[in-house]
Design a protein around this ligand. Structure first.
Ligand code: PLP
Length: 397
């Protein structure tokens, strides 16, 4: 097959789309005014931000006054968790419930709070990568301030039972935050119907630029500021607004949520074709539940190959993908997400994540399926570990 370039790492970041870029461009030069300024050039940007706030809110079933723009998913997570912790500690509630396989923006924030005297329950996940709402309910106690559970996992794409967890939190009077960075645009979200009190999202995962995001905070929750200073964002998040980014985020949200069923219908068969194709290779394993899964996520462990080598070889074939071994973060530890499923270290090390978006085609899927078996054959032929596994007849998955 002729070499192609396929960007299969949408879970890491996405390119800014043309429509988003065009909508942003005037805000760099023509409409450059500071939204806090009194003259027309400032006021028109204040109105543009108000409009963007309403547009983002409409995509989530929220009210405009419940949307706060931030610098991305990590800030939104930090704000929701630290803000709630500070607020409710004053009422003696110093317990937080989360899960073992959250994004580091959540996990490291919780670890920080543990050092400040908070207690954190890290719920386990099933071997399929799902959280049991009954476990959430059992973990709630009198001191619980917050439950924070991600909507969809960034590595294995599993979609959590968010509405059930929301209902449980509501029944117990506990605040519920969800990191929905991977879910927005892939799953229909209605924060009211799903009883979500706070929700984090990020622009660069849905074709808006890096460095812009939002936090939805249900009306009535008085989250203390994370960033103090000027009176921007209704006095709740200081700093001159990233006007182009905010406008881009609003456009990207509208486009991403315009036809979610259509996107799911298009990508699910391609995703399943890739999964089934790779699973034909011996000693491979799908990570994460197949049904409750993002339509653009494939995560498979391939015994006897090293994640890094796999990625480099795929790159030579023009396929940009990601792996479960966190060499990218400068450590050789396999991902905490894959380990949370109960995978052995050596299996987690040989994992491949492909994540793609709406422009992905059948030809792309076919190309990937023509390349991967060759790459796996070559890597296994060079691997002493694979030789031993074959000699001893061991089955690792
Ligand atoms: C990317 C990501 C984040 C971080 O978002 P940034 O905008 O890069 O800070 C947080 N949570 C999840 C699940 C993510 O995938």
């Amino acid at each position: 097959m002729k070499k192609r370039f396929i960007y299969a790492d949408h879970a890491a970041t996405t390119p800014v789309s043309d429509a988003v870029l065009q909508e942003m461009l005037p805000y760099f030069q023509t409409h450059f005014g500071n939204p806090s300024s009194i003259y027309a050039k400032g006021r028109e940007n204040e109105r543009a931000i108000m409009d963007a706030r309403a547009r983002v809110a409409a995509c989530l079933g929220a009210q405009p006054g419940e949307i706060f723009f931030t610098a991305g998913g990590s800030e939104s997570d930090n704000w929701a968790i630290k803000g709630t912790a500070i607020q409710l500690a004053a009422q003696g509630k110093k317990h937080i419930i989360t899960s073992v396989f959250e994004h580091h923006a959540v996990l490291h924030t919780c670890e920080f709070l543990e050092k400040q005297g908070f207690s954190v329950t890290y719920l386990p996940v099933s071997p399929e990568g799902l959280i049991d709402p009954a476990d959430v309910e059992k973990a709630i106690c009198e001191d619980t301030a917050l439950v924070t559970i991600m909507y969809a996992n960034n590595e294995i794409g599993t979609i959590q039972p968010i509405a059930e967890i929301g209902a449980i939190c509501k029944a117990h009077g506990v605040l519920f935050h969800t990191d929905a960075v991977q879910a927005v645009g892939n799953v229909e979200i209605d924060v009211k119907a799903q009883n979500i009190d706070m929700l984090s999202l990020s622009g660069h995962k849905l074709h808006a630029p890096k460095g812009v995001g939002a936090l939805y905070v249900r009306k009535g929750i008085r989250l203390p500021n994370l960033i103090h200073g000027g009176g921007q964002e209704m006095g709740r998040r200081a700093g001159t607004e990233n006007v182009p980014g905010i406008i881009g985020l609003a456009k990207a949200m509208e486009l991403a949520t315009a036809d979610i069923p259509g996107k799911i219908a298009k990508l699910t068969p391609l995703r399943n074709k890739i999964i089934d194709g790779i699973l034909k290779i011996e000693q491979t394993r799908l990570n994460g539940d197949r049904e409750h899964r993002l339509c653009g996520n494939v995560n498979i462990s391939i015994v006897g190959v090293e994640g890094e080598s796999l990625l480099l070889m795929l790159d030579n074939f023009g396929v940009a993908a990601s792996s479960g071994s966190a060499c990218t973060s400068g450590s050789l530890d396999p991902s905490h997400v894959l380990l949370s499923l109960g995978l052995k270290h050596e299996v987690a090390h040989g994992s491949l994540r492909l994540s793609f978006g709406e422009e992905f085609t059948e030809e792309d899927a076919d190309y990937i399926l023509s390349v991967i078996p060759q790459v796996v054959d070559r890597l296994r032929a060079m691997s002493p570990m694979w030789e031993t596994i074959v000699k001893e007849g061991r089955k690792l998955v």
